[in-house]
Design a protein around this ligand. Structure first.
Ligand SMILES: Cc1ncc(COP(=O)(O)O)c(C=O)c1O
Length: 374
């Protein structure tokens, strides 16, 4: 089969993330620079206030990235060495890394057909040493929070949400990140709300958790600058916060654009029996998904991926193609057959706000062309 190059569609265009807003970004940089406002300044405080408001949380704390956010949230929640923390194996290694570096034991469990943590598997993994569950709202869709909250309540467990991919996502009107003790967002450039580097935030409704997080991210300093305990250095840069605050107001439109693109993927690809699509944006009145990613299950995935690449269409294997428990050096020693089987089929199609509808059509044309010819 000789592919014809119709329209190049990169998976994500990092240059576009700057060039499309270059003038405003330079204006913000100049403003922050001229004020010398680099660390823990008013732009960060304003962004934290606005972010908390967007998700209806009482507090938000800007941190260096979501990995640190998870780590600090676990520490602030009092997780101790040897405690077990349950998480879905279909997630970034960051979720497990945060547990590990908090001194706890990462316990990976299966995900269900929606690619999110399977509540039954989570319940079955609870032991007397379990202290917390980290649901991961992967691809911008909230997990089964009712079931998970009741499991947590039954066993006295802490819920910390990995909402790195889910800013703006809602479940029965409640925002991702606000169901448990704390929720963590990532502002990595390719995220729903991205900055020009690394960034993250933790939201919480618990004042004690908030105060601990503020100390932990800033060398253990209290409000007067005095050292009140051990801490790390993981502050969201004031410059990044200024950029994020400016971009935050455009988040609802950016999310709607992604949902439109997801609708188009669904219209074009429904009925192609070689693909299993994610739940569509209008499929569940209880959920408002934000489509950080468009993750499909594809028959003959690797050949499809090569074919698309030859057509100039970028796709991604989630986490490089392996679930967390499949990394041997982590020595997690779990057997999770559903997740392992899923990882033979998973593929991320291009999904971001710089995509035009024509790009989605080009991706779908190419996918149809591939399956028609095999
Ligand atoms: C589900 C999930 N958790 C955690 C992270 C880590 O985020 P960060 O890169 O901001 O540390 C990511 C980033 O991609 C993620 O997707």
């Amino acid at each position: 089969m000789t592919p014809t190059l119709a329209r190049r569609v990169p998976f994500f265009d990092y240059r576009h993330a700057f060039l499309s807003e270059e003038e405003d970004l330079v204006r913000i940089f100049r403003d922050v620079g001229r004020r010398g406002a680099f660390i823990l300044q008013e732009d960060l405080a304003r962004f934290e206030t606005n972010l908390a408001q967007v998700v209806d949380a009482q507090f938000a704390v800007g941190v260096g990235n979501a990995t640190d956010g998870l780590h600090l949230a676990l520490r602030a929640a009092g997780i101790q060495p040897g405690d077990e923390v349950i998480f879905p194996s279909h997630t970034m290694a960051a979720t497990a890394g945060a547990i590990y570096f908090a001194g706890a034991v990462p316990v990976p469990v299966e995900c269900g057909p929606d690619h999110l943590i399977d509540p039954e598997a989570a319940a079955a993994a609870v032991t007397p040493r379990t202290r917390a569950i980290i649901p991961v709202h992967l691809n911008g869709r909230t997990c089964a929070m009712d079931e998970l909250a009741s499991i947590a309540a039954r066993h006295g467990l802490i819920l910390i949400e990995d909402a790195a991919q889910a800013l703006g996502s809602r479940h029965r009107g409640q925002a991702a990140g606000t169901f448990g003790a704390a929720g963590v967002f990532s502002f990595y450039p390719a995220k729903l709300l991205g900055c020009l580097g690394d960034g993250g935030a933790v939201v919480t409704n618990d004042r004690v958790m908030f105060e601990r997080l503020c100390e932990l991210r800033d060398h253990g300093r209290g409000t007067g600058g005095e050292i009140v305990g051990w801490g790390l250095n993981s502050r969201l840069d004031n410059l990044q916060a200024a950029i994020l605050d400016w971009r935050l107001s455009a988040l609802p439109e950016a999310v709607e654009r992604r949902r439109d693109l997801a609708r188009l993927y669904e219209q074009r690809l429904t009925g192609l029996e070689e693909l299993t699509l994610p739940p569509g944006p209008d499929g569940d009145p209880d959920r408002y998904d934000v489509f950080q990613n468009y993750e499909v299950e594809a028959y003959d995935r690797d050949r499809l991926r090569d074919f698309l690449q030859a057509q100039g269409i970028g796709t991604l294997l989630p986490w490089g193609g392996r679930a967390v428990h499949q990394c041997e050096r982590f020595q997690l020693r779990a057997s999770l057959p559903s997740t392992e089987s899923l990882f033979e089929r998973l593929l991320l199609l291009p999904m971001n706000t710089s995509l035009a509808k024509e790009d989605v059509h080009a991706v779908c044309d190419a996918i149809e062309g591939f399956y028609r010819s095999t």
